[in-house]
Design a protein around this ligand. Sequence first.
Ligand code: GLP
Length: 258
Amino acid sequence: MEVIICKTAEEASRLAADMIAGLVKKNPKCVLGLATGSTPVKMYAELAKDVKAKKISFKNVKSWNLDEYYGLAPTHDQSYRYFMNENFFDLIDIDKKNTHVLNGLAKDWKKEVKAYEAAIAKAGGIDLQVLGIGSDGHIAFNEPGSALTSRTRLVSLTPQTIKDNARFFKKAADVPKYALSMGVGTICEAKTVVLLAFGKNKADAVKGAVEGGISQYCTASALQMHQDAWFFCDEEAASKLKLKKYYAWRGLEELARR
Ligand code: GLP
């Protein structure tokens, strides 16, 4: 696990975008795992700039998203499909047919998650997975207590996650209590993982993920076992790390060596 610490979220977003742009240039048919939440929005905007400047093209890229609220239609303005269209897919040249988001209205969710995993496998697996992190250290919707080997499935959200995400809904009661989510095991199979964390609200989660024990209590800590996982943080999110000064210079050197 490498921790890249930048002064600002803007700087960190650009560095993370460079990693993705580099992959897309090298392998225009790559498979991306994508994330929602406010954190990756700046990075998506940077990638959209690169497309506009004709530096990269997503024409042949395929994507699978991490998760979706269970019970929300793809047209609902808080669904993750809607979010992806608004914040990324509509800004780039990707073929929407190549973008996949779990169907929040699937009646048979078991069939839905099985088909989702099978489609990822058929595409050759995820080359690079983008992640945010919940304030309790969750990745996708793998809340504390999720097995570190878990697969895509129906999950129950914690009161904390419902509270954190209530800001996007009219009231907390409107936040769905369930979601379909890739599992920690599914995520860890991606060849490269890029996790973004910004702001002081994420400092405890980052501390737990990077310097805590590997535990289902903080599912991002499973990335300590991953061979190519990169955390892009701003100074606030990295503020509780014991070895932050060391990571600050080592991370950038590792990035340059990559
Ligand atoms: C939700 C999503 C996660 C995301 C998290 C943090 O729980 N399922 O994928 O990382 O929110 O969101 P934000 O980036 O808005 O803080």
